[in-house]
Design a protein around this ligand. Structure first.
Ligand code: NAP
Length: 294
């Protein structure tokens, strides 16, 4: 069996088109322009590139965007004052503080300071709690993107055995939470594995859907999965450069061997990655509608 490739590039393009139309209608019918602000502390090249793509995507979709680039040595209080101002700014519906932050700033203090109604990353404890009880306003972007990939590829999650490798707060835990909810596009039986899991392979081998967010290049190999599995690879690793100087990427899954056994699989790049930004835009549009009482 050679797997069907689940293209996050194609699915995210489709969602962008839908969002573009929704943003145009919000403007035309209600005079609403959703607004997203990105806050970047320091000069980490990967973070700069993520923020740049978010700003470009806003432009493409007709979303107002503001960008605050702050020096790495800024103190926590100054950052808090900026967040306070953005919380009160009616042009801004979504506030995204690019993580990671420098060590002298507490990420949890900063995330709690963001108004939960503008928390389009879905990391505020109120939004985490709302997801837990099945009443979410904003789902975190990468896990939501994974659910959307499954739904739009026609992959049934109802009753499926889903195994998640990884328990981080940004991927593993929320994706498990989303997929166990009692609702369409979820209703799965979810197992979460981590470094203290006894006999990882016994879990990965029985998964109908295997979601890998371990942060280890090509860690999941063909002998660890069953024939006909659906594999979602969240990992992103730079493993070299092409002659032209472009990054060569791979995921947490050994794509070449696993695709011979899987029914469907996401590639890296072009799988989960492109979904994260569009789900951020989806949350920003939702925040604008909620703020307007729509
Ligand atoms: P993380 O915070 O490093 O968490 C990794 C998790 O995997 C931990 O819970 C760890 O267990 C578990 N783990 C590591 N090695 C394992 C092993 N051999 N067996 C079982 N469990 C193992 O990583 P993350 O932030 O969730 O990100 C995971 C990957 O996804 C990274 O490559 C990251 O770059 C990528 N990512 C991609 C996107 C995207 O948009 N495409 C977004 C976010 C992250 P312990 O808890 O026991 O340590």
């Amino acid at each position: 069996m050679t797997a069907e490739i689940i293209s996050g590039t194609a699915i995210s393009r489709q969602i962008r088109e839908e969002l573009k139309q929704e943003v145009a209608q919000l403007k035309e019918k209600h005079n609403i322009i959703p607004g997203l602000v990105t806050v970047l502390v320091g000069e980490d090249p990967a973070s700069q590139s993520y923020v740049g793509s978010k700003v470009r995507t806003c432009e493409e979709l007709g979303i107002y965007s503001e960008r605050h680039d702050l020096p790495a040595d800024i103190d926590e209080q100054t950052l808090m004052s900026l967040i306070d101002r953005l919380n009160k700014d009616p042009k801004i519906n979504g506030i995204l503080v690019q993580l990671p932050l420098p060590k002298h700033i507490s990420e949890s203090n900063v995330l709690i300071a963001i108004d939960p109604r503008k928390d389009v990353d879905g990391f505020h404890p109120i939004n985490v709690g709302k997801l837990m009880i099945g009443e979410p306003d904003y789902l975190p972007c990468t896990p939501h993107g994974i659910q959307e990939l499954l739904i739009r590829s026609g992959i049934e999650t109802e009753g499926a055995d889903i195994v998640v490798v990884g328990r981080s707060n940004i991927v593993g835990k929320p994706v498990a939470n989303i997929l166990m909810q009692k609702r369409a596009g979820a209703n799965a039986t979810v197992t979460v594995c981590h470094t203290r899991t006894r006999d990882l392979v016994s879990h990965t081998r029985r998964a109908d859907i295997l979601i890998v967010a371990a942060g280890k290049p090509k860690d999941v190999t063909a002998d660890m999965v069953k024939e006909g599995v659906v594999v979602i690879d969240v990992g992103v690793h730079r493993i070299g450069k092409t002659k032209e100087g472009k990054n060569i990427l791979c995921g947490d899954v050994d794509f070449e061997s696993v695709k011979e056994k899987a029914k469907a699989i996401t590639p890296v790049p072009g799988g989960v990655g492109p979904m994260t930004i569009v789900m951020l835009m989806t949350n920003t549009v939702k925040a604008a509608k909620l703020a307007a009482g729509l």
